[in-house]
Design a protein around this ligand. Structure first.
Ligand code: NDP
Length: 248
């Protein structure tokens, strides 16, 4: 691999596992300094050590994306250390699929808070730095669930469709300032995400669906995000829908 991202700084949320972890490793392998954000500090420290062992550069900033103070601290810690933010990968996610009648309000609210409100708040917090730089790249992780409806998923479908709409509308406001916005829509990826499904029967059903195909691996999405982030400045990949071959 080349070092196309040398000198660039990338914040990755949800970097403690799955797609975020693989993405941070991939961006670091291309030379970016990566800022690792999620709640599980131990996992982030472990990842930072791995990246540093491979001569990469990582900064750990424990962050709950539903907490506005954490968001501000993440941005300040990044600019204090590096003085810039080139790439923001808004990847943190929460998928407690359930029938609306079985959901409690906290579950519904947290689904919106993690997947959508946190993503918008963090984007809002990095925009001034990107405007000052007259460059930046925001990569938002939506889902097939942002485009195709599923039963027991109304709150998650709404959040992920919101991510897509937010990104496309944001582009209208910031493209002229040199800021690119991409929406990534993965299909089934083998990660810990299903563990948040509260209903055991539904969780089993979804796990069986995942097992019926060769799912994507976190690295497959990391490779896609890295492809998007390493395009020349004038190339703005707006949207990538990426599914396992077996998921039609
Ligand atoms: P994981 O469960 O492995 O990753 C989810 C990440 O989000 C974790 O690192 C978790 O870290 C973080 N997270 C959850 N809540 C918060 C919070 N309040 N504040 C900060 N970070 C938080 O699953 P994936 O890698 O699969 O998920 C990554 C993204 O991909 C999500 O947005 C998901 O919706 C999306 N996606 C996944 C698909 C799949 O099939 N797996 C398909 C389509 C989209 P921690 O717990 O340490 O805070």
């Amino acid at each position: 691999f080349g070092a196309e991202l040398e000198g660039q700084v990338a914040i990755v949320t949800g970097a403690s596992s799955g797609i975020g972890e693989a993405t941070a490793q991939s961006l670091a392998s291309r030379g970016a300094s990566v800022v690792l954000a999620a709640r599980r500090e131990d996992q982030l420290e472990e990842l930072a050590s791995k990246i540093e062992d491979e001569d990469g550069d990582a900064l750990v900033v424990p962050t709950d994306v539903t907490d506005d103070e954490d968001i501000d601290n993440l941005v300040e810690s990044t600019t204090d250390k590096y003085g810039r933010i080139d790439i923001l990968v808004n990847n943190a996610g929460y998928m407690p699929l359930t029938h609306i009648a079985d959901a409690d309000r906290e579950t519904l609210q947290t689904t919106i808070d993690v997947n959508l409100r946190g993503l918008i708040t963090l984007t809002h917090a990095v925009i001034p730095t990107m405007l000052e730089q007259e460059s930046g790249h925001i990569v938002n992780i939506s889902s097939v669930a942002g485009r195709f409806l599923m039963a027991n998923s109304s709150h998650y479908n709404a959040a992920k469709a919101g991510v897509k709409m937010f990104g496309d509308a944001l582009r209208l406001d910031v493209a002229a300032e040199g800021i690119r916005v991409a929406t990534i829509e993965p299909g089934s990826v083998a990660t810990e995400l299903m563990e948040d499904i509260p209903d055991e029967e539904l969780k089993q059903e979804i796990e069986e669906y995942g097992a019926s195909m060769r799912p994507l691996r976190p690295k497959d999405i990391a490779r896609t995000i890295t492809f998007v982030a390493t395009q020349p400045d004038h190339v703005d990949i707006n949207e990538v829908l990426i599914r396992p071959l077996d998921q039609v």
